[in-house]
Design a protein around this ligand. Structure first.
Ligand code: HEM
Ligand SMILES: *[C@@H]1O[C@H](CO)[C@@H](O)[C@H](O)[C@H]1NC(C)=O
Ligand SMILES: *[C@@H]1O[C@H](CO)[C@@H](O)[C@H](O)[C@H]1NC(C)=O
Ligand SMILES: *[C@@H]1O[C@H](CO)[C@@H](O)[C@H](O)[C@H]1NC(C)=O
Ligand SMILES: CC(=O)N[C@H]1CO[C@H](CO)[C@@H](O)[C@@H]1O
Length: 328
């Protein structure tokens, strides 16, 4: 009974959130922004992406992550796509992007769009559309993406280091990092669900496994059986480029398995485990785990729309890049 009540409360909150988003058109973005200037923009992007994802589904997680990295650093302005220049090393070259892949996919979408509607669709919007479609193509939910973002002209590696949450962050830091972007505690726990897909490198967890407090110990918040299994894959002093699944057992499909794993103390990263250290995030993790993700799909779409409007450039700000790796 108590659980049912909790579910119905969460559900009604979700409806309210949707209504709210519908009315306000967050931050000057709007649904179907290109309907007059490039009516098939979204279909074109989808078709190009599909060619790549059907051949290599492991690109999907990386493309989702790319949008997250874009939005958290200087807002969703495509700055993650820019190459380094003589003056500056770009975000791409900062440590946290270690494993970002799929820049060529964005370039392919962009060049198809440039053929059909030159100079119209921004790289920042392409990232937002591709993140949505990539999730959908591997079994996840879909959502309407408001568009109209413009591209920024600046990308600096140190911004990425400062603004992306660290994989060693505790719950207080995570909440602070999200709140600095106007995102709530709920957005944090919902968007962390992005870790239901993809892989992490051994280097991202070796401290948890082998040197948690600097005394050669293992993170006590990690389920011991899971820790042993991870140590088999990530040997002490072994190859840091080896990878492990973010959501063991179903890392290829976008489902709610992430929350069941976190609830069982099998979150891969420290930042995943940290979701058990706050009452609100813990309650959400447990709820999704018990209900098999009853609201996760809807919640994820709503939080992605919020993340996708962080610090966007609109109107006359920025530019529409011709090539995503270079300013015009
Ligand atoms: C809450 C703070 C977050 C932290 C500290 C964090 C950190 C990380 C780290 C360290 C990795 C592994 C990188 C590697 O070892 O190669 C990773 C992977 C990933 N992250 Fe996050 N992340 C966070 C939030 C998010 C969000 C909000 C999303 C998207 C909604 C996301 C999507 C992903 C995906 C899909 C992967 C797998 C990438 C792949 O397979 O290539 N993460 N994240
Ligand atoms: C831009 O950067 C990417 C990734 O760092 C690199 O592979 C590519 O060769 C660069 N492109 C040019 C034209 O310099
Ligand atoms: C989280 O990390 C910050 C900075 O490292 C530290 O000051 C704080 O005490 C930590 N909080 C918790 C709850 O561990
Ligand atoms: C463990 O951490 C301590 C303190 O940060 C460091 O001095 C030591 O070299 C680390 N040991 C290993 C094996 O990485
Ligand atoms: C795609 C890309 O530029 N990746 C870079 C991420 O950062 C590392 C170093 O921190 C670079 O070596 C990679 O080239």
């Amino acid at each position: 009974m108590a659980m049912e009540k909790l579910i119905s409360v969460l559900f009604s909150k979700f409806i309210l959130l949707l209504l709210f988003l519908d009315v306000t058109n967050a931050c000057g973005l709007q649904l179907g922004f290109y309907s007059g200037t490039c009516p098939n923009a979204e279909q074109i992007a989808y078709a190009v992406l599909y060619k790549y994802i059907s051949r290599d589904p492991t690109l999907a997680p990386s493309l989702l992550r790319m949008h997250f990295h874009d939005c958290f650093v200087r807002g969703c302005d495509g700055s993650v796509l820019l190459n380094s220049t003589q003056g500056y090393k770009a975000e791409k070259e900062a440590f946290p992007n270690l494993s970002l892949r799929g820049f060529h996919v964005i370039d392919a979408v962009k060049s198809e769009l440039e053929k059909k509607c030159p100079g119209v669709v921004s790289c920042a919007d392409i990232l937002a559309l591709v993140a949505r479609d990539a999730v959908f193509m591997i079994g996840g939910p879909s959502w309407d993406v408001p568009t109209g973002r413009r591209d920024g002209r600046v990308s600096i590696d140190t911004d990425a280091l400062e603004q992306l949450p660290s994989f060693t962050a505790n719950i207080t830091e995570l909440i602070k990092d999200f709140s600095a972007k106007g995102l709530s505690v709920k957005d944090l726990v919902v968007l962390s669900g992005g870790h239901t897909i993809g892989i992490g490198h051994c280097s991202s967890i070796s401290d948890r496994l082998y040197n948690f407090t600097g005394k050669g110990d293992t993170d006590p918040s990690l389920d011991p059986k899971y820790a042993s299994a991870l140590k088999e894959k990530c040997k002490l002093g072994g190859d840091n480029l080896k990878t492990v699944e973010m959501d063991p057992g179903s890392f290829r499909t976008f489902d709610e398995g992430y929350y069941s794993n976190v609830a069982k103390r099998r979150g891969l990263l420290r930042s995943d485990a940290a979701l058990l250290d706050d009452v609100q995030t813990r309650t959400y993790v447990q709820l999704q785990s018990v209900t098999h993700g009853w609201t996760f799909a809807q919640d994820f779409g709503a939080s992605m729309i919020k993340m996708g409007s962080v610090g966007v450039l609109t109107g006359n700000q920025g530019e529409i890049r011709k090539r995503c790796a270079f300013v015009n």
